[in-house]
Design a protein around this ligand. Structure first.
Ligand code: MN
Length: 235
């Protein structure tokens, strides 16, 4: 039985109202041996719990920015908010997934979401608040250094990795129970993970857009292997 991997989607209330997800996310899950389940926003805590009970793992997709009220800040002029409904669902989904010990892999907005749910803060706009020579926004490519002794290193088996970079926000103060597993040369956090037994990982880049790269594919295949190994422990 292949594991069920939930993927949250983007929601736009502008007409015509729509849920959307770039196809690379579900293709990455299928490539890695899982069954992708696209998640529509739910409001009721018990409904989200019921949904998570049927999932084996969670991939948090990219998107616009987390609401800064979530980490006690006011909105920077360049912060582009996700819809309020997506934000509310994302938070409840991640909180409950962590409580239920369901493996989570967060991508771009997803790594930022994990950090904020766990009490961390974000740099709202890298170019104006943390300028450096290394561009992170749109079409940029840069290297990241992977920390040894992390799940990320175990998955990828490399100290240095070339990644795409399509973000203007990044992790500032790290949330509780998290550690940094990769950084860019300018010190921007590019990957995090949980310090406890639960499998919680986040990457700032978009591995699903680099599936032609065998190292990037391993992020998904190794995540799925971990998920498969953990399913009986939850049952
Ligand atoms: Mn970057």
């Amino acid at each position: 039985m292949k594991p069920f991997i939930g993927i949250n989607c983007d929601l736009s209330r502008e007409w015509p109202c729509r849920l959307s997800l770039y196809c690379e996310y579900y293709e990455a899950v299928k490539m890695a041996g899982g069954i992708p389940i696209l998640l529509a926003p739910l409001e009721e805590v018990k409904d989200i719990e019921g949904l998570l009970n049927r999932l084996d793992g969670l991939i948090l997709s990219g998107g616009d920015d987390v609401w800064p009220e979530r980490y006690g800040q006011t909105r920077h002029a360049r912060t582009n908010l996700v819809s309020k409904e997506r934000d509310a669902f994302d938070f409840q989904l991640v909180r409950q997934a962590l409580d239920m010990d369901i493996p989570v892999l967060g991508i771009c907005h997803g790594i930022q979401l994990i950090n904020v749910v766990m009490g961390g803060t974000l740099i709202q706009d890298i170019p104006s608040q943390r300028p450096s020579d290394a561009p992170h926004n749109s079409k940029a490519v840069h290297k990241v250094k992977v920390e040894r002794g992390t799940h990320l290193y175990e998955f990828l088996k490399t100290d240095v990795l070339t990644v795409n970079s399509i973000h203007h926000q990044a992790i500032d103060r790290l949330g509780e129970g998290l550690k940094v597993s990769a950084t860019a040369e300018d010190g921007i956090v590019e990957a995090i993970e949980g310090t406890r037994r639960s499998l919680i990982m986040g990457v700032q880049w978009h591995p699903e857009r680099m599936l032609e790269d065998s190292t990037q594919r391993r992020l998904f295949t190794a995540f799925l292997e971990e998920v498969k190994g953990r399913v009986p422990k939850r049952a």
